[in-house]
Design a protein around this ligand. Sequence first.
Ligand SMILES: NC(=O)c1ccc[n+]([C@@H]2O[C@H](COP(=O)([O-])OP(=O)(O)OC[C@H]3O[C@@H](n4cnc5c(N)ncnc54)[C@H](OP(=O)(O)O)[C@@H]3O)[C@@H](O)[C@H]2O)c1
Length: 326
Amino acid sequence: MEYRDFGKTGEKVSVIGIGAWQAGLKSWGKDYTLKDVIDAIKISLDYGVSLIDTAEIYGNGRSEIVLSDVLKEYKDKVLIATKVAGYNATPRSVSKAAERSRRRLGVDVIDIYQVHWPPSIYTDLCGLAKELERLVDRGIIRYIGVSNFDLQILIKFRECFRKYDIVSNQMQYNLLIRSVEKDLLPYMKRENMELIAWSPIAKGALAGKFKADTMAKKMDSVFNRARKAHKLFDILRSLSDKYGCKMHQIALAWLVSKGAIPIPGAKRPSQAIENAQAGDLKLDYDDVKLLDNVTQEYVYIKMGGIMSRIIPNWLQKIAISILGGV
Ligand SMILES: NC(=O)c1ccc[n+]([C@@H]2O[C@H](COP(=O)([O-])OP(=O)(O)OC[C@H]3O[C@@H](n4cnc5c(N)ncnc54)[C@H](OP(=O)(O)O)[C@@H]3O)[C@@H](O)[C@H]2O)c1
């Protein structure tokens, strides 16, 4: 596993992390057990992964609770990143949400506390920034991150901060969705902010699985695109022959070559091992270019995220609580 600097924090982090949405045991089907997913997380840490991502809404807090057991053993070796739901990202609610996450995770301090999606337009953004800074000062969180913030809202939110800066932005980024490359990623590179890539293997589509058979997969339109991307899959197959690895390992290595940190989710140890092993894979310059060229049209896909801004927080909260988390 290779390691790199995590933006301006002074921390080192593995080039590939792990996502723990699957540990919520809610949206990813019934073909795996709690033990499978715990073993998957533990083994990826044994393979050198040092960034774990979760969120308060994954399994309605269950993912964070599951991680608390893992963290007892591995806390000093990993950065733990969790997320406050957009509807709790308000000056009034964020501190309580952070305390709850910290308790569920069983840690003294949350390393990276991310705003899961841009809060609604009725939220006082600068009031929220102030509360996040107070959480850092109180030692509840170490670094402030965001997620699903396009360039415009990222710049607007960043201007609110007086003492600390936003260190990272977590975005959907993979070979089939490259919208971040248009303006967000260049800006973040210039500003030394980290782009954490969610759904880095397109929820399994880049492993060649095109059937949207779970709730998590059904919510993502990427499967339709994947089914039509014949040229991309021809190239992925030939590159996996060349490098002696799997297609999704090529997809992860491509993201690393772009300077992003992919956080693939895994349901079982065999998946976690393959994903972590992609941290040793370096693609030749010409192969990165080949993949860039065949997926160029996906740079111009529109970014999602507008809905969360116009739906009031109370309504978002009711919707997620009826679902019992995601
Ligand atoms: N910030 C956000 O809004 C946001 C949104 C989504 C996700 N995330 C975070 O990003 C993480 C990763 O995203 P994701 O889980 O949506 O998508 P992903 O990492 O692209 O795909 C994960 C899924 O792909 C399949 N898979 C994983 N490794 C595999 C392997 N080696 N071989 C074959 N199949 C494999 C598994 O599903 P099957 O076995 O069912 O095929 C797994 O559940 C999440 O866990 C979460 O922490 C954040």
